[in-house]
Design a protein around this ligand. Structure first.
Ligand code: PGA
Length: 249
């Protein structure tokens, strides 16, 4: 059995004060609820506040991005070692907004993934098709390409901490959700690619999250699917009540 992970992606929202307020309200709502793993991914500037507020809990903290170089003249970038140094356990890599607005490609995802794994982070690699691709019947092909390139030159042993999030781009922030069956089908495609790259054992143990308009109202139906190992939640993770309701799906 794979343990589910419910992860919050706050994107470019909240200041350190608001992040601390969230954690103070959220912790009592999820205490005594050890069923799944939980992680919060705030903006870089909120990481120290969130790490500090979550001390003595099992809740993980993740960055939303990182650069593959160790250090140097890369203005505005953050390294894997920096994320580790402030206490991150996770990092999101290749979110569709990074791909759409900041020029990330399957190849940059692969470079970042290798470095994140080497640094001891648990990467959450995002893949997913845009609406035109789904309508053209290309979903499977797109997922195969994204996974093949992202997973290349990584061994089965190295890939053990890897988590993948299937996030159909047409479902992100739109209120449209993939049906549990659509998500489960996509997850099977992703797991098959992981099996090719990493071997059956690592692939079977790898968690594949669903992301895209996950809300308290649809979390249960999605999380009941065997193939769905958790959720990556954007909008509905900003409020402690709605995010805790998702954790309690
Ligand atoms: P959403 O975002 O829940 O607001 O659709 C999900 C994500 O982008 O990770």
């Amino acid at each position: 059995m794979r343990r589910k992970l419910i992860a919050a992606n706050w994107k470019m929202c909240k200041t350190p004060d608001l992040a601390r307020e969230f954690v103070a309200a959220f912790l009592p709502l999820v205490k005594d609820h050890p069923r799944d793993d939980i992680a919060l991914c705030p903006s870089y500037v909120c990481l120290p506040a969130v790490v500090e507020a979550l001390r003595d809990t099992q809740i993980g903290v993740g960055g939303q991005n990182m650069f593959w170089e160790k250090e140097g003249a890369y203005t505005g970038e953050i390294s894997a070692a920096m994320l580790r140094a402030v206490g991150c356990s996770h990092v999101i890599i290749g979110h569709s907004e990074r791909r759409q607005y900041f020029g990330e490609t399957d190849d940059t995802v692969n470079r970042k993934l290798k470095v994140a794994l080497a640094a001891g982070l648990q990467p959450i690699v995002c893949v997913g098709e845009v609406l035109e691709e789904r309508e053209a019947g290309l979903t499977e092909q797109v997922l195969e390409r994204q996974c093949n390139i992202a997973f290349s030159e990584i061994s089965g042993v190295e890939a053990v901490p890897l988590i993948v999030a299937y996030e159909p781009v047409w479902a992100i922030g739109t209120g449209k959700t993939a049906t549990p069956q659509m998500a489960a089908d996509a997850h099977e495609v992703i797991r098959a690619q992981a099996a090719k790259a990493f071997g059956e054992e690592t692939a079977q143990a790898m968690r594949i999250l669903y992301g895209g308009s996950v809300k308290p109202e649809n979390a249960n139906a999605l999380m009941s699917k065997m193939e769905i190992d958790g959720a990556l939640v954007g909008g509905a993770s900003l409020d402690p009540k709605s995010f805790s309701a998702i954790v309690h799906y």
